[in-house]
Design a protein around this ligand. Structure first.
Ligand code: CP
Length: 333
């Protein structure tokens, strides 16, 4: 059974094959390769791109899909073992996942970080519970610490743009009104490191990514000849950069305490990406973001609507990349 839970645990040949397949799918999007196959999509958290692109992708490959939104259209789900279920959740993953696997050929799950206990979130408790009980291939549609479909689409986007494998990639923290999880920054950082890029994490003091996230990125860089460093010096970080990838994340020291985290973040509103940030970057440097993005909060209109922005292409590549993943999981099953 082939699941797709993380990009970082795929071997080089698989990543190359997925990117090659995604490019071929983009050129010839319609087929009946997955005729009669069904994808079950479980969304414990909201989505626009992931939901729409998985459903569209499955339809373009001749298959179909259904969507489960626990606690909204369907029963709220309990994911912890050994609990007394006298709260909101009426159904446990121990039953729900094997049941859904009888109706579908593969499952996808979106399960963001709980956000209260970092050590717990680092273990990916919900994704792991789904993986334990799934009897069909499982795809991670964004979990506590990872967003591998976004990462694969971002890799393809940089290939499409002829950004060198050893190019300079800056992952920059940006201001946001809420304390956000580590899934996308972790996935983007690890992906760029694995691609062999010279990666810089640009963040204000207090916003270093957790050690486990940085360690994984350094392991990925070691496999590919890339490197990873971090700084709070914007001009130095962006010097010669090919890519500025913006994302917000919360301060580790305040994890699970959004009120105190908000106090640390309050004076950092100038961390909103502007054209002036690119002064030391390459002339043709591009701006990337996974979307959704808050305009003039995380990035100014002048960048998002300007020639550097590649956010629409990134989102488009979600479709092609995920269809490659679906074929990889289901064609030989
Ligand atoms: N980038 C991304 O995953 O978008 P959605 O949250 O809308 O699915």
């Amino acid at each position: 059974m082939k699941s797709f839970l993380h990009l970082h645990d795929q071997d080089d040949a698989t990543i190359r094959a997925l990117l090659c397949s995604a490019a071929a799918i983009e050129r010839a999007p319609i087929s009946d390769a997955l005729k009669g196959r069904i994808l079950g999509l479980v969304f414990l958290n909201p989505s626009l791109r992931t939901l729409a692109s998985f459903q569209a992708g499955m339809a373009q490959l001749g298959g179909s899909s259904f969507v489960i939104t626990p606690g909204q259209g369907t029963w709220a789900l309990e994911t912890r073992d050994g609990v007394v279920m006298d709260g909101a959740a009426a159904e446990h993953v121990r039953e729900a996942v094997p049941v859904l696997c009888q109706y579908a050929d593969a499952l996808g799950v979106r399960c963001f970080a709980g956000g209260a206990d970092l050590n717990l979130d680092l273990t990916e408790p919900v994704l792991s519970a789904f993986a334990r009980h799934a009897t069909k291939p499982l795809v991670n549609m964004e979990s506590a610490l990872d967003h591998p479909c976004q990462a694969l689409a971002d890799w393809k986007t940089m290939d499409d743009l002829d950004i060198p494998q050893s190019g300079r990639f800056v992952l920059s923290w940006a201001w946001h009104p809420k304390a956000l999880p580590y899934a996308v920054p972790s996935a983007a950082l690890s992906m760029a490191a694995r691609r062999g890029m010279k990666v810089t994490v640009l963040r204000p003091e207090g916003y270093a990514l957790p050690a486990a996230v940085m360690e994984r990125a350094r392991e990925q860089a070691a496999r590919s000849g890339g490197c990873v460093r971090e700084t709070s010096d914007r001009a130095a970080a962006l010097d010669g950069a090919h890519v500025l990838y913006a994302k917000s994340w919360q301060a580790e020291a305040h994890y699970g305490r959004p009120e105190s985290e908000a106090a640390l973040r309050a004076p950092l509103r100038d961390w909103c990406v502007a054209e002036s940030w690119f002064e030391t970057a390459r002339k043709d440097a591009v701006f990337m973001h996974c979307l959704p993005v808050r305009r003039n909060v995380k990035v100014k209109d002048e960048v998002l609507d300007g020639p550097r922005s590649r956010v629409i292409r990134q989102a488009g590549n979600r479709l092609h990349a995920q269809k490659a993943v679906l074929l990889h999981m289901l064609e030989t099953q």
